[in-house]
Design a protein around this ligand. Structure first.
Ligand code: HMG
Ligand code: MG
Length: 324
């Protein structure tokens, strides 16, 4: 065991391996005040892949006025395309215009992103929940025809900043609709980080009772109230094996007030490593990447693990050089 890394001690009833869906380059950078240059984004994606992350969500093909931070999608994808197919490079598309843009660049994994609540559907997509579903239907159908894998994100699965707690049946209905459209997997989003473990288990159980198998479900926690790891553990205990996380804890959502950083990938890997669960991720290399990115953003990473490891393993420079 490398000093400064946890001792693996397995706990009963947990999966042997977890697939981490890395969202830092998309969910993280979409929320930055400053627009990061395309070359830095491409380098970030490459460093994430080099740290062993095999699913690196790269960007979004949304309206550039809605998310100016990701307006360079047409330049970013060609700059990282060579990483595929070893590294999966999913991209977000809200509508057929976005799908056309993504398919032109050879995207083979796309994600639509719905909302369990009307308020967020309006704020994020300028649609009602059902209008958004209608917008996704041809996107999912055409993406499947083109042989692409389709992820369906669902935001506000636990609480909504305008509407408060979100009833479980309301979430289950939209999940079912996304799966019925042909989505291959779902990602259950706690966009504003208000979920707690019992609520996670209740939603997963209700989804199972509605005929949704656990193996098509991933979880996407934000760490606003420090609950993201506890919620992740509840999901793992339920049998979930896909967990979204963001390197260095970057992130939020520009259209949800009070959405702060995502679960940090390093914090997740620390826990999984301690539980003896395989992820394929080199934690030191990943930490070095987040330290490097934090320097470019001009502020320290909010991840506890990044802070602790960068203090115990050396200066940002020595961590950075660990990559080479
Ligand atoms: P709208 O204003 O209703 O758009 O926005 P529209 O359909 O009326 O079209 C208006 C114009 O935009 C048209 O141009 C379209 O061609 C153009 P015109 O004919 O007037 O010249 N247009 C586009 N241009 C480029 N790419 C496109 C595109 N679509 C339309 N894809 C729209 C509707 C969906 C476009 C807008 O609301 C939008 O882009 N929203 C994206 C918001 C977003 O990206 N939010 C963050 C991602 S979600 C998230 O972070 C949550 C998640 O992490 C999970 C969680 O934490 O919960 C996933
Ligand atoms: Mg998110």
């Amino acid at each position: 065991m490398t000093p400064g890394l946890p001792m693996p001690v397995p706990a009963p009833g947990l999966p042997a391996r977890v697939r981490i869906h890395e969202v830092g380059a998309r969910d993280g950078l979409q929320n930055e005040q400053t627009v990061i240059p395309t070359e830095i984004k491409a380098e970030f994606v490459r460093r994430l892949a080099a740290a062993g992350l095999d699913t690196v969500e790269a960007t979004s093909f949304v309206h550039p006025k809605w998310v100016p931070q990701l307006a360079d999608a047409e330049r970013l994808i060609p700059a990282v395309r060579d990483l595929a197919p070893e590294v999966r490079l999913p991209v977000l598309v809200p509508n057929e215009r976005g799908l056309d843009r993504a398919l032109t660049l050879g995207a083979d994994r796309i994600a639509v992103f719905g909302s369990a609540t009307e308020s967020f559907a309006k704020a994020n997509l300028n649609r009602t929940v059902d209008e958004a579903l209608a917008m996704f239907a041809p996107v999912v159908a055409r993406a499947k025809e083109a042989g692409a894998h389709v992820r369906g994100y669902l935001s506000m699965c636990f609480g909504d900043p305008w509407e408060g707690p979100v009833p479980v049946p309301q979430v289950v209905r939209v999940c079912r609709a996304l799966l019925d459209q042909g989505c291959d997997e779902l990602s259950l989003g706690d966009t504003i980080g208000v979920a707690t473990p019992g609520h996670v288990t209740a939603l997963l159980t209700a989804l199972n009772e509605a005929g949704v198998a656990t193996d098509v479900l991933g979880v996407h926690f934000h760490d606003t109230y420090g609950q993201a790891l506890a919620n992740t553990l509840a999901a793992l205990q339920h049998g979930v094996t896909t967990v979204d996380a963001s390197a260095g804890g970057l992130g939020g959502c520009p259209y949800a007030k009070s959405a702060t950083g995502n679960l940090a990938t390093e914090d997740l890997v620390w826990m999984l490593r301690g539980l003896g669960i395989e992820t394929g991720v080199d934690l030191e290399r990943l930490t070095a990447t987040s330290v490097w990115m934090a320097e470019r953003l001009g502020r320290p990473s909010p991840s506890r693990t990044v802070r602790a490891l960068s203090a115990s393993l050396g200066s940002p420079d020595s961590l950075d050089s660990h990559k080479e």
